[in-house]
Design a protein around this ligand. Structure first.
Ligand code: 4AD
Ligand code: MG
Length: 473
């Protein structure tokens, strides 16, 4: 009574007052005369101090971690020489149990710990999310998405929301999830690119943040079955403009986004805890032709390994797909952000523009980000013990290209890939009703986050992970 109800994240302004807080018991430390509780409400962590008769009531009600409670008390600065989240603690004078939590073998504290097998935590993701590191990554994720939106809006690129249910493929039939849609075949979208292209004549440059789905059975640390795809499409540009745009705006934007996130008092601090020493990448980025990349791999004895492990490894040849391991080695050796450009046409999708005079290759680009940050051991501890990654990650953050703008070339593209043109009538019409030179790109938000927060796998960067064989919880 008489105490104002305040969220933990807003307590700073209430120092010296009596307040009322609600939350989950995050940590519990019982001493003979006093009990310390770390309370969590999503906006922050708060140290509660209970003493005297109040301590006895805790046991009577079976207070354990993950119980929900309400507490009132005076918010005081922590005494000199002691630390607590936010630099303050609540000296409690009253509390009440809102929701009990299991004790014994079912107690939250017994479910998993830092040494548990990853799959244990993955199957308990709904409870794992209550731990500090997963929550920190989700907070950074939210800050990243709002920073991207803010930067696009500043550059007058408009947000649209294309459908997830589609009847055309973008990145090849092999990775389509198919389902029965009122008796017709439909798919979960692989990319919203084609829909973004249809918006150019209506809305100008556009972007979207949409879930994309890939049915590829890739059990790697950067492949998901469902991921959040940030895509943009720009009209009246050529390949050089696209590269410049990716570098100055999209990556400039990546830099701008990184700067915005780092400047955010909450997310910026979390990034530094997750990825100590992180700095925004330096420009200009290295521009590397696919053919030069093949030569680089061969000069450094990085071999091509067939999907079939029985086939012996051999030097790379022009036309080979550069596998993840080779790509990672090359990126780490060069140790700068790279634009890998001009991929062979047969490795890429039907919509990609070919290079004039070198028609086997396309005006395409992948952005490779090298490892960042430092490896920090177990000794690194923040006030809420956020775990830095065990190992560093390196990812392809963005893929982009110029698109075919000529209708005859597009019809040839369908034919070459064996794609029936009919379902694409709406896409073909874009080349019929006033075409334009245009291009765009897509960024996997989880890969970007794994890079920013230095995670071992993109699986840690989704709220609820979706990868081959895993769709619960
Ligand atoms: O290279 P991708 O397949 O390109 C496209 O889908 C284009 N249509 C995008 C466009 O130009 N609008 O995918 C783009 C990005 C990749 O660079 C990667 O970051 C991410 O999407 N990505 C994945 N992320 C997680 N799991 C997967 N299975 C992914 N596949 C692609
Ligand atoms: Mg791809």
């Amino acid at each position: 009574p008489g105490a104002e109800k305040v969220k933990i994240g807003q307590l700073e302004a209430h120092r010296g007052s009596r307040v009322r807080v609600f939350g989950w018991v995050h940590r519990l430390r019982v001493q003979s005369q006093m009990t310390f509780i770390t309370l969590r409400d999503g906006t922050g962590y708060l140290q509660l101090v209970l003493s005297g008769d109040l301590v006895k009531t805790l046991d009577a009600f079976d207070l354990v971690t993950e119980c929900t409670i309400e507490v009132t008390g005076d918010l005081k600065q922590v005494p000199e020489g002691k630390t607590a989240p936010g630099g303050h603690e609540l000296v409690a004078d009253w509390w009440r149990m809102i929701g009990k939590a299991p004790t014994g073998v079912d107690a939250y504290a017994s479910l998993f710990n830092e040494k548990s097998d990853l799959s244990v935590r993955q199957n308990l993701r709904h409870l794992d999310l209550r731990a500090e590191t997963p929550a920190a990554i989700m907070k950074v994720r939210a800050a990243v998405l709002s920073a991207f939106r803010a930067v696009y809006s500043k550059h007058t690129v408009m947000e649209v929301t294309p459908p997830c249910i589609v009847q055309t493929s973008v990145e090849g039939g092999a990775s389509l999830f198919k389902f029965n849609y009122y008796g017709q075949e439909a798919y979960l979208t692989q990319s919203s690119q084609l829909y973004l292209e249809t918006c150019l004549p209506s809305l100008g440059d556009v972007f979207c943040v949409q879930e994309s789905f890939r049915a590829e059975n890739s059990h790697t640390r950067r492949h998901l079955a469902e991921y959040t795809h940030l895509e943009a499409e720009l009209a009246f540009i050529d390949f050089k403009d696209l590269m410049d745009h990716i570098e100055t705006m999209h990556l400039g934007q990546i830099c701008e986004v990184v700067d915005m996130v780092l400047a955010d008092p909450i997310a910026g601090k979390l990034v530094q805890e997750l990825n100590p020493g992180f700095k925004a990448p330096a420009r200009p980025f290295k521009r590397l032709d696919y053919k030069d990349a093949i030569a680089f791999l061969n000069e450094h004895d990085i071999l091509f390994q067939d999907d079939d492990p029985a086939v012996p490894a051999r030097p790379h040849q022009i036309g080979d797909d550069i596998a993840e391991a080779a790509e990672r080695k090359m990126t780490d050796m060069l140790n700068v952000p790279i634009f890998l450009m001009n991929f062979p046409k047969h490795l890429k999708s039907f919509y990609m523009k070919k290079i004039e005079g070198d028609e086997e290759f396309t005006e395409s680009v992948d952005v490779l980000m090298p490892n960042v940050g430092e490896i920090v051991g177990e000794s690194m501890r923040s006030e809420v013990s956020i775990q830095p990654a065990r190992k560093l990650t390196c990812t392809v953050s963005t893929g982009g290209s110029m698109r075919i703008s000529d209708i005859d070339e597009l019809m040839e593209g369908y034919k070459r890939e064996g794609i029936p043109a009919d379902p694409y009538y709406w896409f073909t019409d874009q080349r019929k009703y006033g075409t334009s030179e245009h291009g765009g790109y897509g960024l996997g938000v989880e890969r970007f986050l794994a890079w920013l927060t230095n995670r071992w796998t993109v699986r840690e960067c989704q709220l609820y992970g979706r990868w081959p064989g895993h769709a619960a919880p």
